[in-house]
Design a protein around this ligand. Sequence first.
Ligand code: MSP
Length: 513
Amino acid sequence: MNKNFYITTPIYYPSAKPHMGHAYSSIIADFFARFKKIDGFNVYFLTGTDEHGLKIQRAAEKKKIKTLEFCNEISLTFKDLSKTLNLSNTDFIRTTENRHKKSVQHLWSELEKNDEIYLSKYSGWYSVSDEAFYGEDEIEVIDGKKIAISSKSAVEWVDEESYFFRLSKWQKPLLDFYQKNPNFIAPEARKNEVIKFVEGGLKDLSVSRKTFSWGIEVPNDKDHVIYVWLDALTNYISALNFPNINDHLFKNFWPASIHLIGKDILRFHAVYWPAFLLAAKVDLPKRVYGHGWILSGDEKMSKSKGNILDPLEIVDKYGLDPLRYYLIKEVSFGNDGNISQDRLEDCINSDLANNFGNLCQRVTAFATKNCDSKIPKKIKFEKDDLKILDNYKNNIDKIREKIDNQDINFYINFIVNSLFEANKYFNDQEPWKKKNDLIRLNTIVYTTLEIVRKISFLLYPIIPESSLKALKIFGITEDKINTISIIDNNFLLNIDKINKIDILFHKIEKNND
Ligand code: MSP
């Protein structure tokens, strides 16, 4: 079995400061990356910034600073955000880097060599905000202004010489590919939208611009810069040192296991990107997943709408892990979701502080007092103990399968139920009443500790920092985490001491309590 896993986030436009929508894409990608890591995979996890195009050039002009300086500054805020969000990314790519430019120009030359590109003239609508071309039927007039129907962003008329990619000729091969690879686009409903779009016919795509210069030059034609999406999409392979296909990164990690993106940029990833790759004779990624939006009220959160929720403010106020937990649990993955501080506080109080934190504290305090701060070794499992312990062994294959289908909802529900069952087990077994039956007392303590270990392990992809704090009870550190097993019920027999830990989550005082 191939034990390499390559996951990517979209690369972010540094035209504005990062917001909750960006944080969401990154946290979800980190969740998958960390799960695969603890499941023994070699993980390559890529994120970065998309720095070319008219949108960025204009944003820099507005601030009256050099475009590259502007990019350096904001790209850094995205890099910092990756740290603040505790992303486990292995690389951070910027499209202004040389390694990327070389790769994009090579891809262009391949397309040219294969007669996939020709010079002509583009006359039509363009949205700078989306960096996308729109047909007459894709725009409408609102308040006297022309806007793209799908994104509601303003469009402007473009009339200039341009290179075109022969996208139209890839309609049938793309449809065949979708049919042969039914899991390429997810979720299912979005796949159907893409197929409908392609079935409707594809026009050749303008892939260069002549009237501005902030981009990667077309090889052998200095007057043109490469269309920002062709440039940006290539980041997924330039980070693996394409065109060096014998480079170990490219060899091990391409094709990508999954490109995780928001639903608004699915067309670029599920239509244009595979068409470019087919035309350049490069393998296609295995999956493109278009997640939903974080809404503010009923609208997508975005700079142009002025309804931004700043992830840094939330992290400052509540801490990172509560935010990660909340986004992963409460935004039903694949759908849009509203973010509410009230629900976030409920998550902290009930799931994190009560059900997880409290369980860790209770069992360690009890073991410290009654088992001399040691993992009890004289134990004898009974039916109730094995029933709850074996639940992990019995479900691990299902968990893996669900993760491979991006069913985060199953994963989080499994954890929530496990926490409920664990607390119930400890209460029902009443170890404090077993002081005359030490083997039974020991077995209950041991079993509860084993469950805490297993749940902490499963929580690692969601709340890595808190999970590691809990695993400190057993002296398990991050570098060892991928060597421990959740199916082994005897794991703790090899560990001696129980370490005391600080309170994991502090409850939030709610006004309406
Ligand atoms: N630069 C392009 C992506 C190029 S990938 C080769 C881009 N950048 S972006 O900064 O505008 O958006 C990046 C990602 O953030 C997209 O996947 C987008 O869907 C996501 N989000 C932006 N706003 C969002 C929400 N309000 N909610 C959830 N995700 C959203 O597009």
